[in-house]
Design a protein around this ligand. Structure first.
Ligand SMILES: C[S@@+](CC[C@H](N)C(=O)[O-])C[C@H]1O[C@@H](n2cnc3c(N)ncnc32)[C@H](O)[C@@H]1O
Length: 243
């Protein structure tokens, strides 16, 4: 069973693929205060939950979602059709780093997908080339809230602390106009949804795929419970480009 299928099953009950509640997602998106006919780009869109919600909030906006995998696209279309915004959403299969567009965007999102560009700084540089003057970037990224052991850092990733994360995001010519730091409840809801949905699927699908799904869920849960739990933070930054 490939990683994309595991991730798709794990997000069955928490389609936002980050530790963020629906309420806080809405609050972040309202802060964008987009103007008429806004153009939105969602890099590493997954099931396009952020884009669909934006299209609901901003009724004349259009959105392009880009993802390396189409594992979430069917769910994205179902969501978009249900929200009656499908005619304003386009999904593109491919690498975010290679995506180009004829016209710039008013809002570029990259939530939980900065690895597509090789890290936060490189993501902000790439967004520079896609954003209209004065446009907004909405970027979700992990940070170490408490210093990790060397072993944990090697397992989970190298990140700065919150202050270093804000500085890295702003270095490419932005100012943070709002931010949300995921709360403990949001982390616990996300992680137990991730591992729980996968375990539930594994129990209902005995066989090789079920075994693979259960093994992935147990490995992930151990890494969270005994590793990055209450140490890794997640911040979603709303950044405006400086003139
Ligand atoms: C953690 S998920 C985040 C999904 C979505 N942004 C959200 O918050 O719900 C990361 C997504 O990035 C996608 N991804 C990973 N590498 C990518 C790349 N090089 N180009 C485009 N998408 C990529 C994955 O397929 C996955 O859907």
């Amino acid at each position: 069973m490939d990683r994309q299928t595991i991730s798709h099953l794990a997000h069955a009950h928490h389609p936002i693929a980050s530790p963020i509640s629906g309420t806080n997602l809405n609050r972040l998106l309202r802060r964008a205060r987009l103007g008429p006919d806004a153009r939105i780009l969602d890099l590493g869109c997954g099931q396009a939950v952020w884009s669909v919600r934006l299209l609901e909030l901003y009724r004349d906006a259009t959105a392009d979602g880009v993802d390396l995998s189409d594992a979430g696209f069917e769910a994205a279309w179902e969501l978009a059709v249900g929200a009656e915004v499908a005619s304003r959403l386009s999904l593109h299969l491919g690498s975010a780093a290679e995506f180009t567009a004829a016209e710039p965007y008013d809002l570029v999102l990259c939530v939980g997908a900065t690895h597509a560009f090789g890290g936060l700084g490189a993501t902000m540089e790439a967004i520079n080339g896609l954003l209209a003057p004065g446009g907004l970037a909405l970027v979700g990224e992990g940070f170490w809230d408490r210093p990790p052991s060397e072993e944990l850092e090697a397992e989970v990733g190298t990140y700065p602390d919150l202050s270093g994360t804000v500085a890295e995001a702003e270095a490419a010519g932005y100012r943070t106009v709002y931010a949300h730091v995921s709360e403990r409840d949001e982390w616990y809801d996300y992680e137990f949804s991730w591992t729980g949905s996968l375990m539930d699927w594994a129990l209902r699908n005995p066989g090789a795929d079920g075994d693979a799904a259960m093994a992935a869920a147990l490995e992930h849960r151990k890494m969270w419970l005994d590793g990055y739990r209450d140490r890794l933070g997640f911040v979603t930054l709303v950044l405006r480009r400086t003139p």
